[in-house]
Structures are given as C-alpha cells and as structure tokens.
Design a protein around this ligand. Structure first.
Ligand SMILES: C[S@@+](CC[C@H](N)C(=O)[O-])C[C@H]1O[C@@H](n2cnc3c(N)ncnc32)[C@H](O)[C@@H]1O
Length: 548
C-alpha cells in the first residue's frame, strides 16, 4: 500500500527500505509471529527526547513569554454546559490571572497540557465582555498564530475602570494600545474564545476570566454522529476539538469523477454464492466467494482473520525484503501512477506491493446478512475511542476492550478520488493533506483488468472520513494491518481497506498502522517527523535533530 503525503508519493523503495531494515530491524519483526503476544515495551517511552515531547512546553522557556502568563489553565469546574466526561459540544475552560497594571494587560494562553495540541488553527472568535458590553472579533488562520508565532491583538485604548471594552479588538494596534496577545492557539481549531468580565475594576490590578468554548460538530460522546453501529467517543481526559473539522461518514463517498459503480449484473455468477443460505462458514463446501482466498474463508467463526491468512498478510507487508517478488512496477514506464505524472515530473517508481484480497459475500449471494463471510461490511463492532495520543502525534485511536489477533477494527473511509483529482487537491492548497493521509488503492495496480480507465483511485479522509483517519503511524511493529477487501465488486480498481489487529491488543492500547513512509526520501522526512516511539523507528536517525 502506498501513501501520498503533502505532495510527495511516499512509495516504498525496497532497496532503501532494505538498507534500513539492516540498520534497525530485528530478525523477526512480526509480533504476531512472535507468539501472538504484545511486544516488549519499546525504547521510546524512555527516550528523553520524547519524554520532553510528552510534557508541556514550559512557558518560561518560550522567548515569546509575555507579561501575563496564564499559568493555571484548567478545566472549568462549571459543568453547566458540559455533558458527562467533562466534554460536550461546548467545552468550557477557564483561566484567571491578575496582573498589576493596565500597561501590562497582556494575556498569553500558554501552551499547556490540554492545549499542547499543535493543531492547525482555522478560526478564533474572541469575545470580550465588560460590564455587560461585549466585543467580538473573528480571526481566521492567516491572522492568528500558529505553533511558532504569536499574534498580538490590540485592544482599543480605554480606561478599563470607566469605559469598559468597546469597539472590539483590532489586529494591528499601536504601541499606545494595551495589547492582548494570543499565543499558541494553534491547537484551537474552530474554537471560540469568550472573554467574560475581561477587566474586573481594581485600582491596581486586572483580572481575566477566560472561557474557551469549542464549536465542534462532533459530540464527544459519539463523534460518528450516529453513523456507526456503536458510539465512537472522544476520550474524556482531553479538552479540545477534533480538528480540522471533518464530516464523519461510515461509508466511502465518491468525490466526483471516480468511476465506481456497483451493479448486481456486474458481479459474475461464479464470483458470488447465490445458491447459499444461512452462514457460508457452516457450509460443508466453501462457496464461490472463498475463491479469492484459495477456497478457504479468511474469517473464523469469531469474525477474526484466520491465523493462516493473517500470517500471509503480515509476511506480505512486513517481510517485503524476504518476498521481493510481490512487487509491481519495476520501472517507471510500467507504473500507471508515474505515467500520469510523466508530463510534470519523472521519478522512477518505487514499487507497489501485490496484496492478497478477501472477498466477502454480498447482496447477490444467497446467505444471511449475518453470514460469517461478511465482517467489514457490517461495520465497527469493537469499542474504540479517539484520544489525545502521546509524544505529540495528535489524536489517535485506542481500543476500549482487549482485542484478539485478527480482529476487525475499522475500515479506512474517505472520499474516493481519481489520482488526478488528488493531485489537483494537492496543487490547489498549500500544506493540504498534511493530515490525515490519503491512501492509494494500489493493491492490484498493474493487473490488466484494473486500470481500464487509466487511473488508479485514492481514498482521502480529509473532509469526509471515519475513525480510521485518526490512526497514527508506527514503524514496523504497528499493531494493525490493512487488508484489501472486495465486497460489491471483484474489480480491484476499487476495493475497501480494512484494518485488522496483527496481534493481541490490550485494552487502552493505542492502535497504530505502518504508513510505510520512506524516510530515505528527504521530502518525506521533512513532511513527517516520526514520533512513533518504536525501537525500530525508521525516522529515528533524523528524529533527535529534527524534532524540536
Ligand atoms: C492519519 S493522521 C492521524 C491522526 C492525527 N494524529 C490527528 O490528530 O488527526 C496522520 C497525522 O498524524 C500525525 N502522526 C501520526 N503518526 C505519527 C507519528 N508516528 N509521529 C508523528 N506524527 C504522527 C502526523 O501529523 C500525521 O500527518
């Protein structure tokens, strides 16, 4: 599987990867192969670099520290607007601090605990209320700060004792004006900052009570908005929005030109099991749908991948150095993706892995919807949670129950785009597609029947996606594996990408997937500074110097 990150194709380069393998990979990487057990705790949890990352950046260390530092930034005890777990669509935080003079009326929202999210800022609405009068200013991303900048928002010159705050804030005040500095609000994508009682009249002091209200469309109790079979909660121990904002969808949607159409007539009789009934797994003779997996069902009665299939899939993905024959596109000219890019830029193709598919029974099949050969199409059944992942990786996904090896976690859902459309998106927006990653449907890229329209397809969950868009990367020893799944069609031009555990995963463990980033590619390196924490981390050599 190949990924495209921030404008560069991060296709695997088996030669380069092999050299990395020799450098950092142990004899047998598959934790599944290592007795199906959880691997040893990886070294990074002890890595001082990441340990620092894990803690909040000290405001004192920040040269931009302002006169007033909001030290005690904590969740408001006022839960009137909150749902359980301390979060709701209107997350409320409060800070307060006194300072001595009006001239020092500078407010800094420190990069602290919950607000060390390092998110891209879309918009801030800042409201100030003093003695019943409110002022309000909306800042969008261009005006407001990002992680390394701070932005001074100037208050009109007023006497706080008599005038209150009038006229709103202006973004470029003069030196005479008291300054409200909003720093490091990069984490507050779409957050509304409401300032109630900005100045409490005191002769020598000013106090601030700052409320931060989030304006997410996602209910933290179920960010899927009812789309999934079971709620997908946002962990209660974090405060903040899911950002950038996106629409949760449990099924892939066609963006515009992707030639994906499903029809019963297109499913050949010998590729479905119309004469089956009940549960195909109980049938004495395996049905036509099992042909794809050699006449055996990939799933067992518990809805997990059979060990034999899982082992094969792990070998395909992880032991690529051992099985180099499974690569397509030995040269640029035979790669459809490079052919598409040919006019603009010539790069030699780094290869696409030939994957083994699972074919699930579908509507043209006579079996029951509860047939054991229908797992991915039934949707998420395991209790999962989106949480604020450690080491500055942003949001991540963890399991709220113990998972056996081979358990279906979720599908990667997004917009279905042609490669050309994806390229267009990348060209049109700077910094676009930093996260989440679009996924190239290249599991059978070079089969004759696949590319009848000449274009490979991609899934992009930036605007429409499901929980999979929050799964973070881990080099080599990730605990979930992507499997190509055929459901509505046996045409491998479009297929589903489903994540399964590759070993036992314990409750509250983060679920991670190897994005297969080529860290020998300097573009990838620049675009992605890996903080996976794996002791096999491929970005490790660069990490210490690159990650501040
Ligand atoms: C598919 S998204 C995963 C969800 C993401 N963490 C979020 O908050 O939305 C991929 C992005 O997550 C972050 N990420 C994932 N794995 C990471 C890792 N091992 N090290 C550093 N950043 C990571 C990067 O910002 C990357 O662009």
């Amino acid at each position: 599987m190949s990924l495209t990150i921030s404008g560069w194709n991060l296709l695997r380069d088996k030669q380069k990867c092999f050299s990395q393998h020799k450098r950092g990979k142990p004899e047998n990487l598959s934790p599944f192969i290592e007795n199906n057990s959880k691997p040893q705790l990886c070294a990074t949890s002890l890595d001082p670099c990441l340990a620092k990352e894990n803690g909040s950046t000290s405001v004192e260390e920040n040269p931009a520290a302002l006169n007033l530092i909001m030290e005690n930034y904590s969740s408001s005890s006022d839960t009137s607007e909150s749902d359980t777990a301390g979060l709701s669509n209107t997350d409320k935080l409060a800070v307060s601090k006194e300072c001595s003079t009006v001239a020092e009326n500078k407010l800094r929202i420190s990069k602290d605990k919950e607000f060390s999210h390092e998110r891209e800022l879309k918009q801030i609405n800042l409201k100030i209320e003093y003695q019943g009068e409110r002022s309000c200013q909306v800042f969008d991303r261009r005006e407001a700060s990002c992680a390394t900048e701070s932005k001074n928002l100037s208050l009109p010159s007023v006497d706080p004792i008599t005038d209150g705050v009038k006229g709103g804030l202006v973004a470029d005040g003069t030196a005479q004006q008291d300054t409200l500095s909003i720093c490091e609000l990069d984490c507050l994508n779409g957050v509304r900052v409401k300032q109630d009682h900005l100045w409490v009249p005191k002769k020598k002091g000013i106090s601030f009570d700052l409320d931060v209200e989030s304006t997410s469309r996602h209910n933290p109790l179920d960010i899927s908005r009812g789309e999934e079979n079971i709620p997908i909660p946002l962990a209660g121990d974090v405060v903040g929005n899911l950002s950038p904002e996106f629409y949760y969808t449990s099924k892939c949607v066609i963006y515009q030109n992707a030639p994906v159409t499903f029809s019963l007539a297109k499913v050949p009789e010998d590729e479905c099991c119309s004469s089956c009934f009940g549960d195909c797994l109980n049938s004495p003779i395996a049905c036509a749908c099992s042909k794809e997996t050699g006449g055996e069902y990939a799933y067992n009665a518990d809805g997990c991948l059979h060990d034999w299939f899982l082992r094969k899939a792990i070998k395909e993905k992880i032991r690529w150095d051992v099985y180099p024959r499974d690569y397509y596109c030995p040269s640029m000219s035979s790669c459809p993706i490079e052919r598409l890019k040919y006019v603009r830029k010539i790069e030699s193709c780094k290869g696409h892995l030939l994957r083994k598919f699972v074919k699930e029974c579908w509507r043209k099949c006579g079996c029951d919807k509860r047939c054991g050969n229908r797992v991915v199409q039934r949707g998420i059944s395991r209790r999962l949670e989106v949480f604020w992942a450690p080491h500055g990786k942003g949001w991540g996904v963890r399991t709220l129950e113990n998972l056996p090896a081979g358990a279906f976690v979720c599908e990667y859902v997004g917009e279905i785009l042609t490669h050309e459309e994806l390229e267009g998106r990348k060209m049109s927006k700077s910094g676009y597609l930093k996260q989440p990653f679009p996924l190239l449907l290249d599991a059978d890229l070079c089969s004759d029947h696949v590319l009848k329209n000449g274009e490979p397809l991609c899934l992009d969950s930036t605007h429409y996606g499901n929980i999979a868009r929050f799964i973070n990367h881990r080099c080599y020893d990730a605990n979930v594996l992507d499997i190509p799944i055929l459901i509505e069609s046996t045409d491998r031009h479009y297929y589903h990408v489903a994540y399964f555990t590759n070993r036992v995963v314990e409750v509250r463990e983060e679920l991670t997937w190897d994005y297969e980033i080529d860290f020998d590619d300097k573009h990838s390196l620049k675009a992605f500074q890996c903080r996976c924490g794996s002791r096999f981390c491929r970005g490790r050599d660069y990490k210490l110097s690159e990650i501040s």
